[in-house]
Design a protein around this ligand. Structure first.
Ligand SMILES: *[C@@H]1O[C@H](CO)[C@@H](O)[C@H](O)[C@H]1NC(C)=O
Ligand SMILES: *[C@@H]1O[C@H](CO)[C@@H](O)[C@H](O)[C@H]1NC(C)=O
Ligand SMILES: *[C@@H]1O[C@H](CO)[C@@H](O)[C@H](O)[C@H]1NC(C)=O
Ligand SMILES: *[C@@H]1O[C@H](CO)[C@@H](O)[C@H](O)[C@H]1NC(C)=O
Length: 613
């Protein structure tokens, strides 16, 4: 069953009018209004290639072309009042969706689509820097496409031609807004990231803010607002350090931070004149901010001081029409329509709608506990891995496969399983490796270590630069919510989304206008989301799962081939040391099922088992 063919009887928007032809129509809902101010912002972050929007989720079904129209209409609306609008994007635009990953070279369609949005400040995320050719494409294409807008306060890159280390983009800029001449000094940061390839250098934020250029920039007296955009969590030591550094010099100047990386909606209050907004992930959220009562070059600030307001807009046309006061006739701009068309053409060229099978039911990452019959991880453990992971050269030797849950990026919805689906759930190109003759009981110890969070591994080898194992969303939640009894926590919905940050999924019920979705709680309260949703329970999933494979004996084998996804080799090596297993994972491991990736396995399994009726 395709979601888009459900009869959306309450919706005034037939699906044909949604931007991507196959996108579902948004559902009408109760909305909180935007509170406009002197200076207004729209913000995206962690879009990870989802510029076509969500084709199976009505709440997030608008595409980048609609967002182009939305930004234009919002600008027209506020400028008619003599107010200003700025548009910000804070990185991780790459990796995670077929629109980016499935072209050769990666990103050639995406960067063409992206450039049509008028963005005032744009920064790099960590995903732009994992591979040499990704950061070089950023430097040679995206930075020039957003010349004068792209900022890189703490990133250098080895110039691909001259081999010299140069800033990825200018460190900062000063500009004044079009309508009111508000004087802004803007920065563009990345958190203290260490997993980049060695052609880039990410200087720690705490060190960068001691540099002369930064010190001079914050001593500028003719500034009405400091704008700190960055791929940095809203609540983070990095943003606290920047806040304190600026406040130390400018006790009174308002500071607006925009952040991301954790894939959550979040809002942090640093003081009464300094706030940070984070706007979710995957084109689910358009963040909105307004500031009123700022000083300008020829007008002192109002006595009441600045007032900050935030709103998280669900990325769909219903919200866009509502907030602009327009309708399907008056809302789209010619440019927005063209961009939607470009997305359709790109998807078609990449054959992203190609159907590989039909999922008989929805499989969730975290809306059910693990294990559970509707858990994507239970499905992998009990079906996909046992059916598919087999290297003929290993004969009948029993094996255990370890997979990090972060390798799966998204839920699988009931209905058509397309080329798009494969890229959204498994965008990474990791293959498998194995070590032989590992005692089964050691594997169990290793699993325990891996699942006791990375904190153990971090303290075991301090200064380690391992990428965190848990998914970004889980990391954010863990920091908010210290789990005392991990074993128990796996089965109970300890994360009630009403009490925590958010729940990312919205489902579709026509009999009730309140649909499940984001119910965000942040430093300003519980009224941040534009759309009124009912909360969703979220279950903690382990960092890693294991599957016992090809064991023909009853009971457990004594020793096994330990198979793992390449990405976790360093984690595994550390965990093995911790578990007292004397194996050198770098020397003693070998390729398993040569040149087969997780994505290949999944796809082959789906083609074989999930035939469409
Ligand atoms: C980087 O190289 C890989 C491997 O050759 C290729 O698949 C990918 O498309 C390249 N990415 C870019 C941005 O050029
Ligand atoms: C970067 O890493 C590669 C190996 O991936 C190595 O060959 C090269 O020497 C390193 N470059 C620098 C500048 O460290
Ligand atoms: C939209 O596309 C049409 C047809 O390609 C083109 O003629 C027109 O100039 C484009 N408009 C904008 C605003 O990009
Ligand atoms: C079971 O596995 C052993 C090796 O562990 C092998 O020698 C034996 O042939 C297998 N038996 C069957 C029925 O597959």
């Amino acid at each position: 069953m395709l979601l888009s063919v459900l009869p959306w009887i309450f919706s005034p928007f037939p699906s044909a009018l949604a931007a991507q032809p196959s996108a579902p129509a948004p559902i009408s809902a109760s909305l909180r209004e935007l509170e406009f101010g002197q200076l207004n912002f729209l913000h995206t972050t962690d879009t990870h290639g989802w510029l076509a929007g969500h084709l199976q989720e009505p709440s997030y079904s608008a595409d980048w072309g609609d967002y182009v129209s939305f930004a234009t209409r919002m600008r027209e609306k506020v400028e008619a009042q003599g107010q200003d609008l700025l548009v910000v994007d804070t990185g991780d635009r790459v990796e995670g969706n077929g629109l980016y990953d499935s072209s050769a070279p990666k990103g050639v369609y995406l960067s063409e689509i992206l450039r049509h949005q008028h963005i005032d400040v744009i920064t790099s995320g960590n995903h732009e820097l994992y591979k040499q050719n990704t950061s070089e494409a950023e430097f040679l294409t995206t930075v020039p496409n957003f010349r004068g807008k792209y900022l890189a306060s703490n990133i250098d890159i080895t110039h691909p031609e001259t081999n010299e280390l140069v800033p990825l983009a200018p460190r900062f800029k000063k500009f004044t807004t079009k309508q009111q001449g508000i004087r802004i000094v803007a920065f563009g940061f990345l958190f203290d990231f260490t997993g980049n390839y060695n052609n880039t250098v990410v200087q720690p934020v705490e060190k960068t803010i001691k540099e002369d250029w930064f010190q001079e920039a914050i001593r500028d007296k003719d500034v009405d607002l400091f704008l700190v955009a960055g791929h940095v969590p809203a609540h983070s030591p990095e943003y606290r350090a920047i806040f304190e550094e600026i406040r130390g010099i400018r006790w009174d100047t308002p500071i607006q931070f925009f952040g991301g990386h954790q894939h959550i909606r979040d809002y942090a209050k640093y003081d009464s004149k300094a706030f940070a907004l984070a706007s979710g992930r995957f084109m689910e959220t358009i963040g909105f901010m307004s500031i009123d009562g700022l000083s300008t070059s020829d007008r002192p600030s109002t006595t009441s001081g600045p007032v900050f307001k935030r709103r998280y807009i669900d990325n769909n046309l219903y919200s866009f029409y509502h907030h602009t006061g327009l309708d399907e006739e008056s809302f789209p701009t010619e440019k927005g329509r063209n961009v939607s068309q470009l997305i359709t053409e790109s998807r078609s060229a990449l054959r992203l709608d190609r159907v590989h099978g039909c999922a008989p039911r929805t499989l969730w990452m975290s809306r059910v506990p693990y294990p559970h019959k509707d858990s994507v991880f239970t499905w992998l453990q009990t079906q996909v891995l046992p059916d598919s992971l087999k290297d003929e050269s290993r004969g009948e030797v029993p094996s255990v496969a370890i997979l990090n849950t972060g390798a799966i990026r998204f839920d699988i919805f009931q209905g058509q399983f397309t080329q798009d689906t494969i890229w959204t759930i498994s965008p990474f190109t990791n293959s498998f490796r194995y070590v032989k003759d590992v005692p089964y009981e050691k594997v169990q110890l290793i699993m325990e270590v891996l699942n006791k969070q990375t904190k153990i591994l971090d303290t075991f080898e301090s200064g380690s630069s391992l990428p965190p194992l848990p998914r970004p969303e889980n990391l954010a939640r863990m920091e908010d919510f210290i789990v005392e009894e991990e074993e128990e926590s796996l089965d109970t919905p300890i994360y009630d989304m009403a009490a925590l940050h958010q729940a990312p999924i919205s489902t579709n019920r026509q009999d009730n206008k309140i649909v499940p979705g984001y119910t965000t709680k942040d430093d300003a309260g519980t009224d941040g989301d534009d759309t009124l949703h009912s909360p969703i329970s979220f279950y903690q999933v382990p960092n890693c799962i294991q599957a016992l494979l090809s064991a023909n004996t009853s009971g457990v084998p004594e020793t096994v081939d330990l198979i793992y996804i390449e990405f976790i080799q360093p984690h595994l090596a550390l965990a093995a040391k911790f578990a007292g297993l004397d194996v050198d994972f770098f020397q003693d491991s070998d390729v398993y099922m040569s040149s087969t990736t997780m994505t290949d396995l999944l796809l082959a399994w789906v083609k074989k088992h999930w035939k469409c009726e």
